[in-house]
Ligand binder design. Structure first.
Ligand SMILES: Cc1cc2nc3c(=O)[nH]c(=O)nc-3n(C[C@H](O)[C@H](O)[C@H](O)COP(=O)(O)O)c2cc1C
Length: 341
């Protein structure tokens, strides 16, 4: 007997994906046996993300979340990326096909609702290299690479690139305007970044933080253990890269980001995507030429570490109602639609 496919339920999980400034720049169209993913260009951050890279990464992360949710329903899928050359906003069509779901993708399902962006200090306990390798393998399965930057000199260069990018963005008026817009949403907006998800730098922190600075911060930092300082944070920095830098590569980098973040969450690790040093062209060039071991195209930096001890649970970030991101179709009979292959 063929299973009932609940595409709406799968999309409810897909929209839990991370997105730059929680813009959720996606629209979906449900058809019989397939789901289309479209970019919502009205949610593009033109000052912060002039190349539209973050927008495509965010949509790629949602695409991977959808694949995971369908795999957890024991469904195999075919993904056609950029299926329509006349519509660059039509990013992918996911079609259900006969066969079992990918068990490696299904195993990530439980992490979708546990994953959060953690902007607090992390533990001084090092992440074992075998865990970094396992997470990188998840990214590789999506057709990208994920490079841990563990050499102290190289890491120092990366920290400098992050600080340089932050400085450049601070001086760009449009950047600050976008940051204000997406951190001071009107009541009931269900998007953007709430102050409850942002921590101020830990007391006593010197030197630049690799984290993006947000205008409002209400999240408590975990207490520092006796005898340690903020610099003891042992979080690793990893860079998602692609061999090329076309829109399809950026979409795939988003899928890889989702896979890596969910795999890290399954291992009990905390994660923070960091995009500033890739958004600015000069620091992106530095990363490509002087930090990466191969001349690949950097797409996103991931900070991954153990949560600090006594770090409280992070608040769940809001998502827009699924109905407001569904595109109409003649066959779309409403939010409870199911489809039987
Ligand atoms: C492409 C991309 C870039 C991001 N860049 C940053 C960043 O530079 N700094 C940061 O703190 N969070 C960054 N994030 C995380 C988002 O702000 C976060 O996913 C969003 O607010 C939703 O929260 P959640 O991840 O806890 O669900 C980024 C996420 C994505 C997908």
């Amino acid at each position: 007997m063929s299973p009932t496919v609940d595409l709406v339920a799968a999309l409810e999980h897909a929209v839990r994906a991370p997105s730059v400034h929680n813009t959720q720049p996606w629209r979906w169209r449900i058809r019989a046996g397939s789901v289309e993913l479209h970019a919502d260009w009205t949610r593009h951050l033109s000052w912060t993300d002039p190349d539209r890279r973050d927008l495509l990464l965010s949509c790629g992360a949602a695409l991977h979340h959808l694949r995971v949710a369908l795999a957890a329903q024991h469904l195999a899928v075919t993904v056609d990326r950029f299926p329509d050359p006349d519509h660059e906003g039509h990013l992918a069509t996911v079609t259900i096909r006969p066969g079992p779901g990918d068990p490696a993708e299904a195993a990530l399902f439980g992490a979708i609702h546990r994953r959060r962006t953690d902007r607090r200090r992390m533990s001084r306990r090092p992440v074992p290299p075998r865990m970094l390798r396992a997470i990188a393998e998840h990214a590789r399965r999506q057709g990208t690479n994920l490079h841990p930057i563990t050499n102290p000199d190289t890491r120092e260069r990366l920290a400098r690139a992050l600080a340089d990018a932050a400085r450049e963005q601070r001086n760009a008026p449009g950047y600050s305007a976008e940051l204000q817009l997406w951190t001071r949403r009107h009541a009931g907006a269900r998007d953007g970044i709430s102050a409850a998800s942002v921590a101020a730098p830990p007391v006593g922190a010197t030197g630049g933080s690799p984290l993006r600075l947000f205008p409002r911060a209400q999240l408590r930092q975990p207490p520092l253990p006796a005898g340690s300082g903020p610099a003891d944070d042992a979080a690793e920095l990893l860079i998602v890269t692609c061999a090329h830098d076309e829109p399809v590569d950026r979409l795939r980098a988003g899928e890889a980001t989702s896979a890596a973040l969910l795999a890290a969450t399954n291992l009990g690790l905390a994660t923070t995507p960091l995009s500033q040093a890739i958004e600015i062209s000069s620091t992106r060039r530095t990363i490509r030429g002087r930090i990466l071991p191969a001349p690949e195209y950097p797409q996103l930096i991931l900070r991954i570490g153990w949560p600090a001890s006594h770090a409280g649970e992070l608040p769940v970030t809001d998502r827009r109602d699924l109905r407001s991101v569904l595109l109409p179709t003649a066959a779309n009979s409403g939010p409870t639609e199911t489809w039987r292959p």
